[in-house]
Design a protein around this ligand. Structure first.
Ligand code: ATP
Ligand code: MG
Length: 425
């Protein structure tokens, strides 16, 4: 090994970034709990077969993006590229779906061998939600209102918009696929390279090609909406009516298809124009056939996953992270000499009791007041508390406001916590 280097496309999330991650994860978890969701934690590795059977053999993910390897006993294992397959596997294996509805959520790393770029990585993180056992548009609407509340909790409501579509049933998509292919075959030479390849594998994905010429060509193509059955139409209309009633704005995007085979009926994406090409921050839909396809009882389901990296980028781009989502300290306590250190150590504990929401750093490792002051400044702390022999004897630690200027002031130790609380408020 020549140079210490992480795997390409796999990022360390460094201490100056983790406060933003914690902010996001906490806010999202709070909202999910309030809607009655239960957390589930699955392994990162699953049998390769599970992903092939769920995501689909001819999808981008299974064709070229999976991290697959042979276990020591020869089993083919894959680092999960998404969470739905493992969640369904776990729920089914442990009988969580039998005669009951479930609202589940999970979070963790996912792995896809893609070309790394801004907002696209080989290890990335999702928070996912899966609801089982409910087949009406009621739960679809609830899920979408939940996502809207997530953006509200994160301060992103003005940055994202909702796109909706219905993919109909598997039979509808099969009929539509044939019609679309027939149309595209007449214009094959005008299609971009990627789309030409998809004609043989997954022609529906051509609909969301980013190529302008391909998009122009598609404006005269048969429309999926004309091929979906009455049941899917009613479902979609029901959903739209519920969203209208709830006042949640959306755009119907007839070209919205998802990259995974298991979706049918409702599909949706929350997109932003602030992140360039990687503008989808949350995506999901209904997958009523998946549980049965994996050998369980037919169980309707709907879910979504959001990309944490993209949401963090968005929070940073829009500068909506609250001040609390930083790693900054509030109080930096410095002492001179062994005895004062012991005194300060105990005092810091008292302050932590009195100010439970504040970050208090106790300077360790000695050094002059000057060098301690430099570290206090670098910690981002608003206040320094300084204790030498004199302050200790007089029971009056000195408090200095490091950001607003002002004199340093001796404060009676009994009043110290209140004094700090006031200054920090
Ligand atoms: P895209 O069209 O951007 O490739 P996708 O359709 O492959 O997305 P999904 O499988 O639906 O994405 O995953 C849900 C969300 O996870 C995406 O909307 C995105 O926010 C995030 N995501 C997907 N792939 C990556 C990746 N390689 N790096 C970072 N985030 C990702
Ligand atoms: Mg993708």
């Amino acid at each position: 090994m020549s140079k210490l280097q992480a795997i390409r496309g796999m990022n360390d999330i460094l201490p100056d970034q983790t406060p933003a991650w914690q902010f996001l994860e906490r806010r999202v978890a709070d909202v999910l709990v309030r809607y009655g969701y239960q957390e589930i934690r699955m392994p990162i590795l699953e049998q390769t077969e599970l992903f092939k059977r769920t995501i689909g053999e001819v999808t981008d993910i299974v064709e070229k993006e999976m991290y697959t390897f042979a276990d020591r006993n020869g089993d083919s294992l894959t680092l999960r590229p998404e969470g739905t397959a493992g969640c369904v596997r776990a729920a089914e294996q442990h009988g969580l779906l039998f005669n009951q509805v479930r609202r589940l959520w999970y979070t963790g790393p996912m792995f896809r061998h893609e070309r790394p770029q801004k907002g696209r990585y080989r290890q990335f993180h999702q928070i996912g939600v899966e609801c089982f056992g409910m087949n009406g548009p009621d739960i679809d609407a609830e899920v979408l209102l939940l996502t809207a509340r997530l953006w509200q909790a994160l301060g992103l409501t003005d940055e994202v918009t909702l796109q909706l579509n219905s993919l109909g049933s598997a039979a509808d998509r099969q009929r539509y696929r044939e019609a679309l292919l027939e149309y595209l075959q007449q214009h094959q030479e005008q299609l971009d390279e990627d789309s030409q390849r998809r004609m043989a594998t997954n022609p529906l994905r051509i609909l969301d090609s980013k190529n302008p010429q391909t998009q122009a060509l598609l404006s005269d193509a048969p429309a999926l909406a004309d091929y979906i059955d009455q049941d899917s139409r009613d479902h979609f209309q029901g959903l739209c009516a519920l969203l209208d009633k709830a006042g949640l704005a959306y755009t119907v995007n007839p070209r919205l298809v998802r990259g995974l085979d298991y979706y049918g009926k409702t599909v949706f994406e929350w997109v932003t124009d602030r992140l360039g090409a990687q503008g989808t921050v949350c995506a999901g839909g209904r997958y009523d056939g998946l549980v049965e396809q994996l050998g369980g009882r037919a169980t309707p389901a709907v879910g979504f996953a959001m990309g944490i990296e993209r949401l963090i980028l968005l929070l940073q781009t829009c500068e909506v992270l609250p001040e609390s989502a930083t790693a900054d300290a509030d109080i930096y306590l410095m002492t001179m000499g062994d005895e004062a250190f012991g005194y300060g150590l105990a005092l810091a504990e008292t302050l932590r009791d009195a100010l439970p929401e504040r970050v208090i750093i106790n300077h360790c490792g000695g050094g002059s007041f000057k060098s301690q002051m430099k570290k206090a400044d670098r910690s981002g702390a608003r206040l320094a508390i300084i204790i030498g022999d004199q302050e200790m004897t007089a029971q009056t630690p000195t408090v200095k406001d490091l950001r607003q200027g002002g004199e340093q002031q001796p404060i009676a130790v009994s009043l110290l916590a209140d004094h700090c609380r006031q200054l920090l408020a």
